[in-house]
Design a protein around this ligand. Structure first.
Ligand SMILES: Nc1ncnc2c1ncn2[C@@H]1O[C@H](COP(=O)(O)OP(=O)(O)OP(=O)(O)O)[C@@H](O)[C@H]1O
Ligand SMILES: [Mg+2]
Length: 263
């Protein structure tokens, strides 16, 4: 179980000109075992925030606490542990997957990074991981290019889960997928969260879709969070006018009930 606490976070990207902070004094909290949805238009700073949490971009101000301990002041050993504890999955699964590695190789490699596993246990773990993300174990011998976009995204998800993270950051992981596939990946996220007790930061554009997987939702605009509320409240009585716009300008997503095998 892992919690995330971000306080007054500021992120500025280096550039030739002084531009407004990508993340401008953001505070948010994700209690352990819950999902926070982060929604906002393109350029609002969602990915900058996510990248700061995993240490991919420098932080200019504020604090990031994972399990109550500050990310920046950790020792090398702490940072290695943090690298396992917090995993990020991005919109384009191809950046996470080596095109020359089969699904089995990719998952086995990730599963053994932090833990030595004998051959039999490794094979079991690969099957287990594929099951977790709703993929047929028969796909284990395939290369990324022999999979659909949705399947590749599921493999990327399985790879992130292979190191047994406590916090999963999903940055627009369904945005490049067909609408029907999106819905089933959303269901997978929800199931994973329940089964593994994962803490999730789920980032997206589509507010109804984000609401489907989230316990609470934070709405971001121009580097700031304009509204944070439990999902029910956001859907029934959004406070901020911008949140209302987000609810009305997207087609509602029809999410089918969870299935066993998924595209
Ligand atoms: N590496 C970078 N260098 C310079 N500026 C950047 C960099 N990454 C992002 N920015 C700027 O920071 C701001 C926030 O971008 P960010 O990618 O965090 O937004 P986002 O909400 O994730 O958008 P999207 O929905 O399109 O993914 C934007 O103005 C963007 O142009
Ligand atoms: Mg982004």
């Amino acid at each position: 179980m892992t919690s995330l606490q971000v306080t007054d976070l500021t992120v500025r990207h280096p550039g030739p000109r002084v531009s407004p902070a990508a993340v401008d004094g953001v505070s948010l909290e994700i209690p352990s075992g819950t999902t926070l949805g982060l929604v906002g238009e393109s350029g609002s700073g969602k990915s900058s925030l996510a990248r700061a949490v995993v240490g991919l971009v420098p932080v200019h101000g504020g604090r990031i606490l994972v399990d109550g301990r500050e990310v920046r002041t950790r020792t090398v050993r702490d940072r290695r542990r943090l690298g396992r504890l917090v995993q990020i999955v991005l919109q384009d699964p191809d950046t996470a997957l080596d095109p020359r590695m089969t699904v089995r190789q990719a998952l086995a490699e990730a599963a053994t990074v932090f833990r030595r596993l004998d051959r039999a246990t490794r094979a079991e773990r690969v099957t287990e991981l594929l099951g977790l993300v709703g993929l047929d174990p028969g796909l284990a011998g395939r290369l990324p290019r022999q999979l659909s976009g949705g399947q590749r995204q599921r493999v990327a998800l399985a790879r992130a889960l292979a190191v047994e993270p406590g916090l999963l950051i999903a940055d627009e992981i369904t945005s490049a997928l067909d609408v029907s596939v999106q819905a089933s990946v959303l269901n997978t996220i929800r199931e994973l969260q329940r089964r593994l007790g994962l803490t999730v930061l789920f980032i997206g554009h589509n507010l109804p879709a984000v609401c489907h997987v989230s316990d609470a939702v934070a709405v971001m605009r121009h580097g700031r969070i304009v509204e944070t509320a439990p999902t029910d409240t956001v859907l029934r009585a959004p406070e901020h006018p911008y949140t209302r716009t987000l609810l009305t300008c997207v087609p509602s997503l029809r999410v089918p009930p969870p299935r066993r095998s998924s595209p």
